[in-house]
Ligand binder design. Sequence first.
Ligand SMILES: [Zn+2]
Length: 354
Amino acid sequence: MSFTCQAARKTALSFLSALLLFTGAGQITAEAEAGSESRSESGDAAGKKAEPTAAQILQERYMLCQEISELTQVPWNYLAALDQYERTVTPKSKQERLKGKLVSLNPRPEFWAGWLNPDSSDTHPATIALFGGIGRDADGDGVASPDDDHDALYSLALYMKSLGLAEDDFQIALWRYYQNERAVTRIRQFAKLYQTFETLDLNKTAFVLPLSSSYSYRSTWGDRRGFGGLRIHEGTDLFASYGVPVRSACYGIVETKGWNRFGGWRIGIRDIQNRYHYYAHLQGFDKKIEVGSPVIPGQVVGWVGSSGYGGPGTSGKFPPHLHYGIYRDTGHHEWAFDPYPLLKRWENEERRRK
Ligand SMILES: [Zn+2]
């Protein structure tokens, strides 16, 4: 290792110890990930250290990604995307182990220790290397621990670049790691979001219609569909006039755009929480938007219409409205949940900001 590498490593390590002191007092919870800014800033009477705010956690994580990127040449946005993907597919039951940690990487034991290693929970760098595992000791404590933020991110970064530093190489490495095309797609989408906006703080939201427009909606989760058969209604219908702008609720990447027999002209946007936002029955789209385009909260993506329930271009079979649905990707499948409470929240938050 060259002198500059050593120096960089030392910087990274002192940074890490400061970080551990910093995060040790607090607990990183899923709530923090949701972008809640309401966390207590002050300690209690017993003099406990203040918990870091959600924004502080994101900033520290961003710095860790930068540090590991400098050590490994793997772009920081890919490291952040890998970590964020893992966070979004970690089931609630397993989130306990993430408390107090900055990254949520969860390398499979056989990858970490090596496929033929008889000890799948091996943390000895020498035997891990002997069996071809990816686990490395990055912080110099003699232990290669997948539960250590620095060891985990550094090891995965080295694995990511084992086939090269081009985007195609990363994709092959990711495919080998996950054996799942969806995971690779998500990580690419997240990497693009981070690269575009150069921050991890992508939780800002907007209401899906302009507050100044005339619209109405109510909670109809689970109601029978008014149109199109007996499937339950997976979403909320927001009634408004033709041509009212439809806005992205979030930072995201356009994942689908075009005609769907039921949804008509519809657009689907993936956010950094791995949620898919679905806007259907549009009159048309903003021409600048294509699959793969990044969007920001409040950006106009299309206009309210009544398209759908037939071949391309069919419209007017029901009153104009925006059908808005939201789905969560668990890594294996996607499930719809009731968007009504979120819509209400976004609407109220935006009203307060005005
Ligand atoms: Zn609907």
